[in-house]
Design a protein around this ligand. Structure first.
Ligand SMILES: C[S@@+](CC[C@H](N)C(=O)[O-])C[C@H]1O[C@@H](n2cnc3c(N)ncnc32)[C@H](O)[C@@H]1O
Length: 276
């Protein structure tokens, strides 16, 4: 399953849910406030910008935003809302794509680093983020904390949501750190037919993100905060916990190596809205 096939025209057409789920003002408002603050008056780069869910309100807040995105179908939807002059996008892989310019903020939200299915690709993504940052810049990651405690010994699958009209099942491969989320969505009414989709992810704990950050040339002081409860896009009645770890670059570190840039990372981990 390649990401280009997952994020096709059909997925792009269904992605936006204006005003609800991860498009709800109570989700986007605090997110954009925090990112604008972290950008500190500079420019922002969103890796995997999608249809501009976060980038558009951030740009409207006055932060110049550029994007990287693999799926041309997602960019096509973005382009129905803003043009290239408002938000330029480089079509490519966030682990390797080069974007002209230097940024005070690079961010990668909605669990999307998990779409890179190997550790090597995730490390490359951190390094790519670091390459685009100005000294003292910040890399922000939003990623759920793996919930392997819900996986009973000897079993390979857990139901993460069961509610009228929707069933979500994760299958886990604990050796490869992979999870495949299976979504079964029934239409309105009593019909028997459902739409089924699935998406593969590589999960990582906050400690592994710390190591990836170190490999990208950063050093950290760590703090923690617990964020507000967020609604799940799949289960509007259910709230989810969000925890953030703040790691600040140590400005006294050796900067001789070209890629040893000061990097600040805000890791927003926890039970963020369900990955798609
Ligand atoms: C869950 S969506 C998030 C979109 C947007 N950041 C948001 O928060 O709404 C995941 C996005 O990641 C993109 N994507 C997946 N793998 C990628 C890669 N290797 N490089 C760039 N974009 C990628 C997909 O095409 C999709 O648009």
């Amino acid at each position: 399953m390649r990401q280009e096939h997952i994020w096709d025209a059909d997925a792009a057409r269904r992605y936006d849910t204006p005003g609800t789920g991860v498009f709800a003002p109570e989700v986007l408002g605090p997110t954009v406030d925090r990112l604008a603050e972290l950008a500190g008056g500079g420019q922002a780069l969103e890796l995997a910008i999608g249809t501009g869910r976060v980038a558009i309100p951030l740009a409207e807040r006055g932060v110049p935003v550029t994007g990287v995105e693999l799926s041309t179908a997602m960019v096509d939807v973005l382009r129905t809302k803003v043009d290239e002059a408002a938000i330029p996008v480089v079509v490519g892989d966030m682990a390797t794509a080069h974007v002209p310019g230097r940024f005070t903020l690079v961010y990668l939200v909605y669990n999307t680093i998990s779409n890179l299915l190997t550790q090597a690709e995730q490390v490359a993504c951190f390094r790519n983020a670091a390459r685009h940052l100005m000294p003292g810049g910040r890399f922000v990651i939003e990623l759920w904390v793996p919930e392997l405690r819900t996986l009973p010994p000897g079993q390979q699958a857990t139901v993460f949501t069961a509610e009228p009209g929707y069933l979500g099942v994760d299958t886990d491969d604990v050796l490869e750190q992979r999870v495949v989320s299976h979504h079964v969505t029934f239409g309105e009414g009593e019909g028997r037919e459902a739409r089924i989709s699935r998406s593969p992810h590589r999960y990582a704990w906050p400690s592994e993100l710390d190591l990836m950050a170190q490999l990208a040339g950063a050093s950290w002081r760590t703090g923690r905060r617990t964020g507000p409860a967020l609604p799940s896009p799949r289960s509007p009645g259910r709230t989810s916990r969000s925890t953030a770890s703040l790691r600040h670059a140590d400005s006294g570190r050796d900067r001789r190596r070209a890629d040893r840039r000061l990097l600040r990372l805000t890791s927003v981990a926890g039970r963020t809205p369900r990955r798609r």
